[in-house]
Design a binder for this molecule. Structure first.
Ligand SMILES: NC(=O)c1ccc[n+]([C@@H]2O[C@H](COP(=O)([O-])OP(=O)(O)OC[C@H]3O[C@@H](n4cnc5c(N)ncnc54)[C@H](O)[C@@H]3O)[C@@H](O)[C@H]2O)c1
Length: 262
């Protein structure tokens, strides 16, 4: 196809393709599952909690599976199921799982340090180790990771989480490089402040101050992340790899330094 023959809406379509969404039972993962299936994909919805994975699967007409993806053996079972279910149509993964263990640095135990890196980084590494070669064998595909604003800039009581998320962004760059020749694109989307079922709402004045600090004037929703994920999973992004797209209303581009100009 020459560029002049391209019909761009077709590049967004995922018809006939199978995707695995890790952490599909809530928030961003559920919305990503909706975005992928609305564009024709079939989705295997995976979550630690089988019942919420099944809820998302029923919402999007997909398959579901309970798994703790921080455990390699369970992650291998997830991708064995993807192979059984989709065969060579297995085309992509979105790894949404990530949890903050908030604390100040001196207060983390050795176990906390390991756990924080397990919950954010290690499963993303293992996902690429297992799914990357499978996608390559199928002729290519996409892996999309979820990073964070805290992977770019320091946020309160999130040092280890931010360190691990920064490493997720670098993981996309390195794995994009390594798997590029095999047709597998690896990217990340870095959310800013996203409102989900677990959002703690501070008093209205503080909430207003949070929204006022964000250039686009509001906290994000899961759909604000699912959109860029859909783009990266699709052939619209066929020449995009190794990148992290910030989806944060612009806040990562604003300095906290007060201006000296009036
Ligand atoms: N919400 C925000 O403000 C925000 C900001 C920046 C980055 N993020 C990142 O976005 C991603 C999703 O955030 P969210 O707010 O939608 O989270 P969420 O807590 O609403 O959903 C995460 C899902 O992952 C599942 N999960 C947790 N541990 C798992 C495991 N070991 N194995 C399988 N499934 C597991 C949970 O059961 C849950 O259904 C995370 O990576 C998070 O770090 C969120």
């Amino acid at each position: 196809m020459t560029d002049s023959n391209i019909h761009y809406p077709d590049l967004l379509r995922l018809d006939g393709k199978g995707f695995v969404v890790l952490g599909a039972g809530a928030g961003i993962g559920r919305e990503v599952s909706r975005a992928l299936t609305q564009n024709g994909a079939q989705v295997l919805c995976v979550d630690l909690k089988g019942e919420v994975a099944a809820e998302t699967a029923s919402l999007v007409g997909g398959l579901s599976m309970a798994a703790d993806i921080t455990q390699r053996a369970q992650l291998e079972q997830v991708f064995a199921k993807a192979k059984d279910s989709f065969g060579t149509r297995f085309s992509g993964v979105v790894d949404v799982v990530g949890i903050t263990l908030p604390n100040f640095l001196p207060d983390y135990s050795d176990d906390d340090i390991d756990r924080q890196f397990d919950l954010v980084l290690k499963h993303a590494i293992m996902t690429i180790q297992i799914a990357g070669p499978m996608l390559a064998a199928n002729g290519g595909g996409s892996i999309t990771l979820i990073g964070s604003l805290a992977g770019f800039v320091s946020t309160r009581k999130a040092l280890l989480y931010g360190l691990a998320k920064g490493a997720v962004h670098q993981l996309a760059a390195f794995a994009g490089h390594e798997f590029g020749p095999h047709g597998v694109r690896v990217n990340a989307v870095a959310p800013g402040r996203i409102q989900n079922s677990g959002t703690i709402f501070p008093d209205p004045d503080r909430w207003k101050a949070i929204e006022a600090a964000i250039p686009l004037g509001r906290v994000g929703t899961p759909a604000d992340i699912a959109g860029p994920v859909l783009f990266l999973a699709s052939d619209l992004a066929r020449y995009v790899t190794g990148n992290t797209i910030a989806a944060d209303g612009g806040i990562s581009k604003v300095t906290a330094l007060p201006s000296s100009l009036v």
